[in-house]
Design a protein around this ligand. Sequence first.
Ligand SMILES: Nc1ncnc2c1ncn2[C@@H]1O[C@H](COP(=O)(O)OP(=O)(O)O)[C@@H](O)[C@H]1O
Ligand SMILES: [Mg+2]
Length: 279
Amino acid sequence: MSEEENLKALRNTRGNKDASITRTEGMSTAEPVRPGGHAFPAPGGPFLAGEGMTGGYGRGADILHDCTIAVEKGQIAVIVGPNGAGKSTAMKAIFGMLPLRKGRVQLDGEDITGLAPPDRVARGMAFVPQVNNVFTSMTVQENLEMGAFLRRDDFSGTMEQVFDLFPILREKRQQPAGELSGGQRQQVAVGRALMTEPKVLLLDEPTAGVSPIVMDELFDRIIEVARAGITILMVEQNARQALEIADIGYVLVQGANAHTGTGKELLSDPVVRRSFLGG
Ligand SMILES: Nc1ncnc2c1ncn2[C@@H]1O[C@H](COP(=O)(O)OP(=O)(O)O)[C@@H](O)[C@H]1O
Ligand SMILES: [Mg+2]
């Protein structure tokens, strides 16, 4: 199969009916992907969107300038761009960790701009930050239990699903997370986020510091999560590889949208290639 056919096959299998890891009640029923695999806007707008986001830290200058990031239900959106472009800041803004001076954040048709992060978690958002995303002195299992702290129901089934997704974590469940390799820690961080049964998963550089093989594996697992119906928004340094699995991609430069398109469009755009993908 050519790379293009591969990608097409990948898209066409997305959005299947295996939603076992998701909380389906309250989810939009809008179908984001036509049988042909082309994205189109859902009737109520995108599932998750930060629209016209402007803001900075404390009383400091604006870091984000009218920045818009949106993703349709069950799709994978990827944010790329140079160091310091504001990618992590945009993720924090969408998660409610950065008050906006202008703009808004919408989730599943609801304006959540005024909500604090825990209230966003309660509405189905999970965030894996770029740094300090596991409790190193706690065991793998304890980390996953921490992820479920908001839940009142029995979460053992979700933990089994996380172990099915990342079998190495089942083996190492009694080990302190600090003893794991970088790639395994990232699995703990993603697994912990999945313990909330999110509708949307925000990942800030999930493959930072891992080998190319581990990176490919992590991307495969992320595709699997998206296929289960969980919307994915991630920031990635490995821009080329990430755009290959992206339904939609955003290139941010100095806190503003520089290029937006499907992963494929961005990968074949000469300007994007030259400036951001190393030719
Ligand atoms: N907590 C913070 N307080 C103040 N400024 C910050 C903070 N975090 C990031 N910045 C600044 O915001 C800009 C964007 O940073 P960041 O969003 O981390 O970029 P990226 O994730 O694209 O590398 C940088 O100039 C950085 O110095
Ligand atoms: Mg960052």
